[in-house]
Every structure is written in C-alpha cells, then in structure tokens.
Design a protein around this ligand. Structure first.
Ligand SMILES: [Zn+2]
Length: 170
C-alpha cells in the first residue's frame, strides 16, 4: 500500500510538533483513493491529547467520530473514494514506530468499525533533535495482519485539486 502525503502536510506536522514539545498529539487521517492500493492524504485532523509527556495513545472517540463525519460531508459522502484512512499521533519521547499498545488500539479500532472498513493506517510522527520530521506508517487489516505502508512525500499535490465530480470518478 502507498500513501501520498503532500509537503504542506509535512510542514504543518513539523510546526505542530514543534509547538507541542513533549506532549503527544494526534488525530484522524482522511484520504482519497487514487488507484488500487494507493491513497492520498487529504486531512490529518488535530486533537490535543491529555496526559503531559506520557508515551501513550489516548484517542478520543467522540471528537474523532465528529471530525470523520464532517470530512465525509465535506467530500460529498462518497466513501468509496473519500474515507477515513486511520490514525496518526506523535511519539515525542520514543522512536517513531508503533508500540504494542498502539497495535492493540488499531486492532480494537478495526473491530469497532465492524466491517465498515477492512484496513486502517497508523502514521507515527516525531521531530528529531535537528527538527527533521520522522514518519512511519503501517497498515492494519481486519484479518489481524499488518502490512507495510509506503509513504511518498508529494510536492505536486500540495493543494487539493478542485474537482468536478463527474470528470474524476474512479
Ligand atoms: Zn504510539
């Protein structure tokens, strides 16, 4: 699986992580399917997570659900093309790889979706001492498997194209 992320999203993450310091931040990922197994990040929502600098994945279900609903509405309720892709959060105090708890959370989220989605992506971000954004991504399948997710930083899709729906249907 491949996930395209624009440079503007990367820049925003760097800025937010810089501001958050040692606090963990995160939110939901909303994307567009552009080809078989290929997605483009449209929105990475921001939620402030409580709990100081703890290395924990505090996902807040209710605001996340509202944000996902708002994004569906903004994209014309076309889940076959525009959909909830997964989750992201920062690891200010740990390497940018999923913890055992993160993995358990992703499997729980898939179970909560009750078959509405068959995979979810987890992106973990971290700002290095040199202020370089470190990113990792993995795809969790409803079957319980985990697949690598390749991230492609894409300068060209920095601004979402304004589309006319009939022309660009998959
Ligand atoms: Zn984590």
């Amino acid at each position: 699986m491949k996930l395209k992320i624009s440079e503007s999203h990367v820049a925003r993450w760097r800025e937010d992580l810089h501001k958050a310091g040692r606090r963990e931040i995160g939110g939901v990922l909303f994307g567009e399917q552009i080809a078989e197994g290929e997605f483009r990040l449209i929105e990475a929502t921001r939620q402030r997570f409580g709990g100081g600098g703890a290395v924990r994945f505090h996902r807040r279900g209710r605001p996340a659900k509202k944000q996902i609903e708002a994004l569906h509405a903004a994209h014309g309720h076309r889940p076959e093309r525009f959909n909830y892709l997964g989750e992201w959060h920062s690891h200010p105090n740990a390497p940018a790889i999923p913890s055992a708890r993160d993995e358990a959370t992703m499997h729980q989220l898939l179970a909560d979706q009750a078959g509405a989605v068959n995979f979810l992506v987890l992106v973990i971000v971290r700002l290095s001492k040199e202020s370089v954004l470190e990113l990792s991504a993995a795809t969790y399948l409803a079957s319980g498997h985990r697949l690598p997710c390749r991230i492609v930083i894409d300068a060209l899709s920095a601004d979402p194209p304004s589309f006319d729906s009939s022309e660009h249907e998959l």
